[in-house]
Design a protein around this ligand. Structure first.
Ligand SMILES: Nc1nc2c(ncn2[C@@H]2O[C@H](COP(=O)(O)OP(=O)(O)OP(=O)(O)O)[C@@H](O)[C@H]2O)c(=O)[nH]1
Length: 756
C-alpha cells in the first residue's frame, strides 16, 4: 500500500499534472518540500545525460560556444533551464523560485534564487553541440561574466521586456563589445503586463547604441501572449494555452498566409518588409539579390536567403537579431535555440590571429578553476587548436612548466562526464593540473620555439575590490584551516583578495561588494566547516598626492659586523588625472638607468612599489603618482634589502611632503521605483551625498540615475526595501575614485584615527 502510494505520488510529481497529497495538505501550495526534494534528486540524474552523443566530437562547424548574459533577474537561468529541457538533457523543468535549476547548483544560489558563479552545460540541439555558460547578473560577480565572454564565440543577451536595457545590461554589453562577441537579444518575460516590444527595441537602440534586427513579433501581450510570428519564414508559431502546466514542448507552425487574423497578417507583412529593407541596407550581397529578383515582391524572398544574410550581418556585428518569448511560460525558447545555431558563429568562424601559429598543436586557454575536495583543482579550458587527451603532458606557457592532466571531462553544471579526447572549438574540464591559473599550452613544445611572448592568449582584467573586512577563525587552532579555505576560494575567484594587515597581523578579506563578501563568508562556513567572524565592512579608499616634491634620505646602519650605507634622492609628482587610474609608475633618471646594476634596480623598484601599497594618510593603496629616482649611492657591502628599505623610507617622506589626498569610490546607482515612492527615495539619496543625474520613465516606474559615494551605501538594500515597501530595485557599480572634499576627508581621518 505504502509502495503504491509512493509510486502514485512520484508519478504525479514527475508528470507535473497534479499536486501531491502533501501539497494539498499544506493548503494547496504548488510545491511542497517533499516534492522539491524529489525534483532535486531526480530531475538531473547522470543518465539524463545523453552520454553516447556527448562523447562524439562534433564537426567544428556544428559547435556553438555561447554565454547567456543580462541584468540581474532578467531570466537567464530560467531560459537556460528551458533549453536543457527541450534539448532532452533534463526530464523536469527546473525553476529558480523552487531552487532546483541545473545551472544554479550552489546552495547559496538555490536559496537566494540568483546566479553567483557561471556554470557550463553541454547539450545538443538539431545536430549542433551547444556549450553554454549561464553567467551571473549581479554586479558583484561581474568577473564571472568577463571570464566567460573571454572564451565564448557568441552570446545571448536576455532582457526583461518590461524593463528594456537595465544598468547591468550595459556593463555586460560593453564586456561583450570588448571581446568582439557577436550576440542575439532575447526579450524575455513577454507574459508580464508591462512587457513592450517597442519600448525594449527603443532602449536597445538608445542605450546600447546597437542596431536591433527584429526577427519575430509577439502575438498577444501580457497574460494573452500566446506565440509569435517568425518574420524569416513568415510563419505563425503558437503554443497551447489550454493548461497552465503545459511544458511548451509542443507548438504549432502555420504559414501567415493561412491566418484568419487580418490585423496580425498586416502587422507581420509590415514588420517583414522592414526587416528585409534593413538587412539589405546592412548586407550588400542580400541587397543585390533583392534588386535583381525580389524588388517587386518581398513576400517571395526565400527564408534561407534572408537567414543567411542575417547571419552575415550578425557575424560582422552590424546588427543584433532580436527574438522574444517567455521562458517561464515556456514560449519562444525553441526558436531561440534555432537562432543560436543559425546566427551565432562556429569556433572556426572566429578568426584569432594567434591560433594559426599553433597549426594542429594544442592551444587551450584555462579560464576558470573550481576546487573539488576529492579531485583537487578542476580547470575549465577552451580548446583553440589541436586535440586534448587525458594522461598527456602539456606545456603551461604562463608558468613555464610542463604539467600532466589525469582526466578529461565534459561539464554538465555540477555533473561531469569523462571523455577520451576533445578537439578544437570545445570547452572541457581537466583534472590534475596543479599550477595555479594553469594556462596555455603548446603540446610538448617549449614556448621559445614559437616566440612565446606573442603566443600567450590574453587573460581578463581582474577588477579592484571596493570593500574589505577582517576575518577571524573561531580559535587560533583553525587559522591554518581558514588559510587553506581562503587559498582555495581565491583560486576559484580572482576578484577575492586576501591580505594580512602588517600592523595587526589580522587576515583581511577584500571583495567586490557586500553580497560578494557575504557569500564568501557563507561558503567558508558550509564548504569548509569554519564559523568565522567578520569585522565591520569598510570601504577601500585610495590615496594620492597634491603636488610635486623632491627629497633625499640616507640610511646608515650596522648589523653585526656589516655596515650598510645608502643615500637616495627621488621626486614624486601627481598624475593629471589621478582619479582615472588605479596605478602608479616609476622611472630612473637617464644617467642612473644606464649605470645601475640589475639587482640594484630591482631593489629600488621593490622599495617604491611597497610604498605604493600603503599611503601615508591611512595606509590605503596609492594611485596616480609618478616617481623618478634622481640619485643613488650605495657603499660596498650594503645589502639589497637595505637599499629597498632606504628607498621606501624616502618615498614615505616624499609622499607626506607632497600633501595627501584621499580618494573614495564613487558608485553609479540605478534605482527603479514606483512613482509613489520616488520622493522618499530622492530625499534619502540627498542625505547620502548622492548626485541625481537623471530621472527617466520606464513603463509605470521611474528610473533614478545617480552617483553616490560607496561609504554611504552600506546596507542600502534594507533601507530601500523599508522606504518603498519592497517596491524598488537598485544596482550599484563602481564608477570612479573621486577626491574627497577637505571637510569629508578630515572627518574620515578623525574617525579612522580615533580622534572623534
Ligand atoms: N513573468 C516572468 N517571470 C520570469 C520569466 N523568466 C524568469 N522569470 C522570473 O524572474 C526571476 C529571475 O529569474 P532567473 O532565471 O533567476 O533570472 P537570472 O537572470 O538568471 O537571475 P540572476 O542569475 O540572479 O541574475 C524568477 O523569479 C523567475 O521565475 C518570464 O518569462 N516571465
Amino acid at each position: 500500500m505504502l509502495l503504491r502510494l509512493t509510486v502514485a505520488k512520484t508519478w504525479r510529481s514527475f508528470s507535473g499534472l497534479t499536486r501531491c497529497a502533501q501539497c494539498l495538505k499544506n493548503g494547496g501550495q504548488t510545491w511542497c518540500r517533499w516534492r522539491l526534494q524529489w525534483k532535486r534528486n531526480y530531475s538531473f540524474l547522470p543518465d539524463d545525460v545523453k552520454s553516447v552523443r556527448s562523447v562524439v566530437n562534433p564537426d567544428i562547424s556544428r559547435i556553438r560556444n555561447i554565454g547567456i548574459m543580462a541584468h540581474i533577474d532578467a531570466g537567464k537561468t530560467t531560459t537556460t533551464e528551458r533549453m536543457l529541457y527541450y534539448s532532452g538533457y533534463t526530464r523536469a523543468l527546473g525553476d529558480v523560485d523552487d531552487g532546483d535549476t541545473v545551472t544554479d547548483f550552489m546552495v547559496q544560489e538555490r536559496e537566494r534564487g540568483i546566479t553567483i558563479q557561471s556554470a557550463a552545460v553541454t547539450f545538443d540541439w538539431k545536430e549542433h553541440r551547444i556549450n553554454l555558460i549561464d553567467t551571473p547578473g549581479h554586479v558583484d560577480f561581474t568577473l564571472e561574466v568577463e571570464r566567460a565572454l573571454r572564451v565564448l564565440d557568441g552570446a545571448v543577451a536576455v532582457f526583461d521586456a518590461s524593463a528594456g536595457v537595465e544598468a547591468q545590461t550595459l556593463t555586460v554589453w560593453r564586456q561583450a563589445d570588448k571581446h568582439n562577441v557577436p550576440r542575439l537579444c532575447f526579450l524575455n518575460k513577454m507574459d508580464k503586463p508591462g512587457a513592450s516590444l517597442a519600448y525594449s527595441i527603443e532602449s536597445i537602440k538608445e542605450k546600447l547604441k546597437a542596431n536591433p534586427v527584429l526577427l519575430q513579433i509577439p502575438i498577444g501581450s501580457g497574460k494573452g501572449f500566446t506565440g509569435l510570428v517568425d518574420l524569416i519564414t513568415n510563419e505563425q508559431v503558437m503554443w497551447s494555452v489550454k493548461c497552465s502546466s503545459e511544458d511548451g514542448r509542443v507548438f504549432q507552425k502555420t504559414p501567415m498566409s493561412s491566418s484568419n487574423n487580418a490585423e496580425l497578417r498586416s502587422r507581420a507583412k509590415e514588420a517583414r518588409s522592414s526587416l528585409i529593407e534593413q538587412v539589405a541596407d546592412l548586407d550588400d550581397e542580400f541587397a543585390e539579390l533583392l534588386l535583381g529578383e525580389f524588388g517587386e515582391d518581398f513576400d517571395a524572398v526565400p527564408p534561407e536567403k534572408l537567414r543567411a544574410a542575417v547571419r552575415r550581418v550578425t557575424l560582422a556585428r552590424k546588427g543584433v537579431p532580436v527574438l522574444c518569448g517567455s521562458a517561464l511560460k515556456n514560449k519562444g525558447v525553441q526558436p531561440l535555440l534555432d537562432a543560436i545555431t543559425a546566427y551565432l558563429p562556429a569556433p572556426n568562424e572566429r578568426h584569432l590571429d594567434l591560433v594559426r601559429w599553433y597549426k594542429d598543436d594544442l592551444c587551450a586557454l584555462a579560464f576558470k578553476v573550481l576546487h573539488d575536495k576529492q579531485r583537487g583543482p578542476l580547470v575549465f579550458v577552451r580548446i583553440y587548436s589541436g586535440t586534448m587527451k587525458p594522461q598527456s603532458a602539456f606545456y603551461n606557457i604562463n608558468r613555464g612548466a610542463t604539467e600532466r592532466m589525469s582526466r578529461l571531462l565534459l561539464p554538465f553544471a555540477d555533473q561531469h562526464v569523462e571523455i577520451p579526447s576533445l578537439t578544437a572549438g570545445n570547452i572541457a574540464l581537466t583534472v590534475g593540473l596543479k599550477q595555479r591559473r594553469a594556462l596555455k599550452e603548446g603540446e610538448g613544445k617549449r614556448g621559445s620555439e614559437k616566440e612565446p611572448s606573442r603566443l600567450v592568449l590574453a587573460g581578463v582584467e581582474v577588477p579592484e575590490p571596493v570593500f574589505f573586512c577582517t576575518i577571524e577563525p573561531p580559535s587560533l587552532a583553525r587559522q591554518t584551516d581558514l588559510e587553506h579555505a581562503l587559498t582555495c576560494l581565491q583560486r576559484e575567484d580572482p576578484s577575492l583578495k586576501v591580505r594580512t594587515d602588517p600592523d595587526s597581523g589580522q587576515t583581511i578579506l577584500c571583495g567586490m561588494g557586500e553580497l560578494h563578501i557575504e557569500i564568501i563568508h557563507d561558503r567558508i562556513r558550509r564548504e569548509y566547516g569554519i564559523e568565522t567572524h567578520l569585522g565591520p565592512l569598510q570601504v577601500a579608499y585610495r590615496e594620492t598626492i597634491l603636488q610635486s616634491v623632491s627629497t633625499t634620505d640616507m640610511l646608515d646602519r650596522t648589523l653585526g659586523d656589516r655596515r650598510h650605507v645608502v643615500t637616495v634622492g627621488l621626486g614624486v609628482s601627481p598624475w593629471a588625472e589621478s582619479t582615472a587610474t588605479t596605478s602608479c609608475d616609476m622611472t630612473f633618471e637617464e644617467s642612473l638607468e644606464e649605470q645601475l646594476a640589475p639587482d640594484v634596480k630591482v631593489a629600488v623598484e621593490n622599495g617604491i612599489q611597497s610604498s605604493y601599497l600603503q599611503g601615508p594618510l591611512l595606509g590605503y593603496p596609492v594611485q596616480g603618482v609618478s616617481t623618478t629616482v634622481q640619485s643613488l649611492s650605495i657603499q660596498p657591502g650594503t645589502s639589497m634589502a637595505m637599499v629597498s628599505a632606504c628607498v621606501s623610507r624616502c618615498m614615505l617622506k616624499a609622499l607626506k611632503q607632497a600633501g595627501g589626498q584621499l580618494l573614495e569610490p564613487l558608485m553609479s546607482l540605478e534605482i527603479t521605483v514606483g512613482e509613489q515612492h520616488l520622493s522618499s527615495v530622492l530625499g534619502d539619496l540627498a542625505q547620502r551625498r548622492g548626485a541625481i543625474h537623471d530621472i527617466q520613465s520606464r513603463q509605470d516606474n521611474k528610473v533614478v540615475l545617480a552617483s553616490v559615494p560607496l561609504a554611504e551605501m552600506m546596507g542600502y538594500s534594507t533601507v530601500l526595501r523599508t522606504l518603498t515597501s519592497g517596491h524598488a530595485t537598485f544596482s550599484l557599480e563602481l564608477s570612479s575614485y573621486e577626491a574627497m572634499s577637505p571637510h569629508d576627508q578630515s572627518a574620515l581621518l578623525n574617525k579612522m584615527t580615533g580622534l572623534v
